[in-house]
Design a binder for this molecule. Structure first.
Ligand code: HEC
Ligand code: HEC
Ligand code: HEC
Ligand code: HEC
Ligand code: HEC
Length: 174
């Protein structure tokens, strides 16, 4: 008797897990692809009077494969006092006080096995961000579509050939 009950309970639990993961997957499918946490204007931040460079907020692009985005404490150098009129701007300070970070969704992404290094291109080859990402300083809305136009294999190889960089398959496919 006891065995039958434990088997039945087991089946019931499995069923519940199955159902909830089904709904979870459904929900994932229904969610919009890209949802940034805040409205963000590159244009406002790149205005000459702000004295910011691309690498002020993406410093890792100079030294690591990833460009990354600075953490909130860096933004607080200005946002500790209110900036501009955007109703969501005060959220920065609120999050910072609570020790939270914004989770910025990564938009530009190469397929799984392709290797890319920012440091190699930004610091070693001295290629401007805009060459690959376009005129980001003119974007007044949060970036939700890929900015890197030069992301196809053809375009990577075309420049590698021009500049004498390596083009064997294993350089980019690992
Ligand atoms: C050098 C000063 C400075 C730094 C550093 C800075 N901001 Fe700003 N930010 C401003 C100013 C000035 C405005 C108001 C711009 C306007 O309204 O024209 C602003 C506006 C904003 C807004 C309101 C919407 C918008 O973009 O206009 C958000 C959100 C924001 N900043 C996020 C950030 C984040 C996130 C960081 C860090 C990654 C950051 N800021 C770093 C000066 C700065
Ligand atoms: C004040 C800080 C700040 C400055 C200065 C800044 N960025 Fe950003 N950048 C951000 C933040 C915050 C995001 C995430 C929000 C968004 O995507 O709009 C971002 C996103 C991006 C993305 C999209 C990343 C992805 O998910 O694929 C690119 C590309 C980018 N920045 C390039 C640049 C370039 C090029 C410059 C110089 C022209 C620059 N940024 C200057 C803060 C900054
Ligand atoms: C030679 C082309 C090229 C140059 C130059 C370049 N990028 Fe990128 N960037 C890319 C590619 C390709 C990706 C997608 C990388 C991936 O999926 O691994 C990317 C991704 C990003 C991302 C999102 C992912 C991450 O690594 O954090 C940010 C932010 C970014 N770039 C900012 C910059 C900034 C800022 C500069 C200049 C300092 C810059 N990039 C210069 C090609 C470039
Ligand atoms: C505008 C020119 C340009 C573009 C576009 C470009 N690269 Fe490069 N890349 C270079 C140069 C130049 C070097 C060599 C740097 C050096 O060693 O002096 C390099 C080096 C590399 C390396 C390191 C190679 C080694 O010998 O270790 C990899 C990996 C790489 N690139 C991948 C990519 C990928 C993937 C793309 C496309 C998403 C891309 N590159 C787009 C110019 C470019
Ligand atoms: C300079 C960098 C680079 C080199 C060298 C390179 N590739 Fe690619 N490859 C890429 C990038 C970036 C993509 C993804 C974008 C696209 O599909 O155009 C890609 C995509 C592919 C794909 C499509 C499948 C996928 O992963 O998305 C195949 C197949 C492929 N490459 C084969 C090769 C072969 C074979 C060689 C050598 C003859 C080679 N590649 C050399 C950068 C490179």
């Amino acid at each position: 008797m006891f065995r039958i009950w434990s088997i039945l309970t087991g089946l019931l639990i499995l069923g519940l897990i199955g159902m909830s993961s089904f709904y979870f997957i459904k929900k994932l499918e229904a969610a919009p692809l890209i949802e940034e946490p805040l409205p963000f204007s590159h244009k406002a931040h790149m205005a000459p009077k702000q004295h910011l460079k691309c690498t002020s907020c993406h410093p890792e692009a100079q030294t690591t494969p990833y460009a990354g985005i600075v953490k909130l404490w860096k933004c607080m150098q200005c946002h500790d006092v209110p900036q501009g009129k955007n109703p969501e701007e005060p959220l920065l300070k609120k999050y910072y006080k609570k020790g939270k970070e914004f989770h910025w969704v990564q938009v530009n992404r190469l397929p799984g096995d392709v290797y890319f290094s920012h440091a190699m291109h930004v610091t070693v080859a001295k290629i401007k961000c805009q060459h690959c990402h376009g005129q980001v300083q003119n974007q007044s809305k949060t970036i939700t579509v890929p900015t890197a136009g030069k992301m196809t294999m053809f375009e990577c190889i075309q420049c590698h050939e021009q500049k004498g960089a390596r083009i064997s398959c294993g350089v980019c496919h690992q």
